[in-house]
Write a protein that binds this ligand. Structure first.
Ligand code: GLU
Length: 423
């Protein structure tokens, strides 16, 4: 945050600043709805909580936690919870806003929210992780709920953490509230296909973008940054389609193999020790990742990774944003000038929240679908949304990002206008 804590003064180069400039770019395409656009430039509600826990060594540690509800015009807040040492309120604000755009872009009946704790979960024992999760859930329990705001996994959170969140909320409210979080284990009302959904959505939108560019996926060279739930699943699906994964970067470092990395061997090693422990590729300095010759670049880690300088040097013709907010606005312009197509985060990685929506619907109806049904519906929603966005981009001669914002913001601001101001 800038010196004066405020929703509208972003720190330079921050994710919130990136989001605000993305909104500014869509205003000319909103017509009379532009009157309501300020509503998107500030979150509806932001909660900061203290999360104290007793550590295994007997000391008391305090962590800072957040839950931001950016917009609820179209439905309850929806969005993940991130555990990371760099989490800030301003970052969570941006992530919550991107959820608002994303849920509207694929037309799910949700608003946007996000949460996080500033902590390095890799330094916690399992018991400490459970304590921090439960205390955080209890603290944000005053604003979350199955009909108000529904958390889910994000960076460094998973099904076990969702199970603890669901249990804590249920214990505090006296029932069994499966619909309060999504991304739960299958025994607790989780959905088939949820774990792979985000990576699958990246693949489905990427395959369609490649088809429209006339790029053959067979033999296409792909560089993937971030090898968690999103990057590794997308990489696997592209490799199945015949592409070569030539570079992978995770928090441990970067490996390159111009003949293509063997994913069936890489993934188990990466999950346990990180990618640099894998022997089937060359370890290179992290910055060299951006120089690797590739046709498709998949940023699937954190925000702000594609800077102007990196946008200038990438050889990719197609960028698939598996991460939220990976491209800064100046880099967006450079990629456009260089003829590189960007499938933006708010549609590219929307597969996760789409299957979260299926999970929530299944929890309420207490009737569960098989995996084929989930994947068929997911693919249909992603393709319909992408086609509509593409038509909008062609019509106005704008980027896919601005077109996605145009489609999404019209839905959000129309709902806002129809609901009217209270009181
Ligand atoms: N954390 C994911 C995202 O950024 C999923 C959110 C959800 O399922 O609610 O889209």
């Amino acid at each position: 945050m800038s010196e004066k804590l405020s929703f509208v003064n972003p720190t330079a180069n921050s994710p919130w600043g990136t989001y605000l400039s993305q909104v500014d770019r869509v205003v000319p395409y909103l017509g009379p709805l532009a009157r309501w656009v300020e509503t998107l430039k500030r979150p509806k509600r932001a909660l900061i909580v203290d999360v104290p826990i007793e550590m295994d060594d007997g000391t008391i540690a305090h962590f800072e936690g957040y839950r931001v509800q950016h917009n609820m015009s179209r439905g309850p807040g929806k969005g993940g919870v991130r555990f990371h040492p760099d989490v800030t309120l301003e970052e969570v604000m941006a992530l919550s806003a991107w959820m608002t755009i994303k849920t509207a872009a694929v037309n799910l009946p949700y608003g946007g929210a996000k949460g996080g704790i500033r902590v390095d979960p890799k330094k916690l024992s399992l018991q400490e992780l459970e304590k921090i999760t439960r205390r955080y859930t209890s603290e944000i329990g005053i604003i979350i709920g199955p009909h108000t705001d529904i958390p889910a996994p994000d960076v460094n959170t998973n099904g076990q953490i969702m199970a603890w969140m669901m249990d804590t909320y249920s214990m505090n409210t006296g029932g069994t509230a499966t619909g309060v979080v999504t991304g739960k284990p299958l025994h607790l009302g989780g959905s088939l296909g949820r774990v792979k959904a985000t990576g699958r959505g990246v693949f489905v939108t990427g395959r369609e973008a490649a088809r429209r560019l006339g790029m053959d996926l067979r033999g296409a060279r792909i560089a993937v940054q971030g090898f968690g739930n999103v990057g590794s699943v997308a990489a696997e699906l592209f490799a199945e389609a015949g592409a070569k994964i030539v570079a992978v970067q995770d928090h441990t470092g970067t490996i390159v193999n111009t003949n293509g990395l063997d994913l069936s061997k890489l993934i188990p090693v990466a999950n346990k020790e990180g990618v640099i422990a894998f022997k089937g590729g060359d370890v290179v300095p992290n910055e060299a990742f951006w120089d690797t010759a590739c046709d498709i670049l998949i940023p699937a880690a954190l925000e702000g990774q594609i800077t102007a300088e990196r946008a200038q040097k990438t050889t990719a013709k197609l960028v698939l944003e598996g991460a939220n907010g990976p491209t800064v606005p100046t880099a967006d312009d450079i990629l456009a000038e260089r003829g590189v197509l960007v499938v933006p985060d708010v549609i590219c990685n929307a597969g996760g929240v789409t299957v979260s929506y299926f999970e929530w619907v299944q929890d309420f109806s207490s009737f569960f679908w098989d995996e084929d049904e989930i994947n068929v519906r997911l693919d249909r929603i992603m393709m319909n949304a992408l086609n509509q966005i593409w038509d909008t981009a062609d019509k106005h001669k704008i980027s896919l990002r601005t077109a996605t914002y145009a489609v999404a913001c019209e839905r959000i601001l129309m709902a806002r206008q129809e609901r009217g101001l209270y009181p």
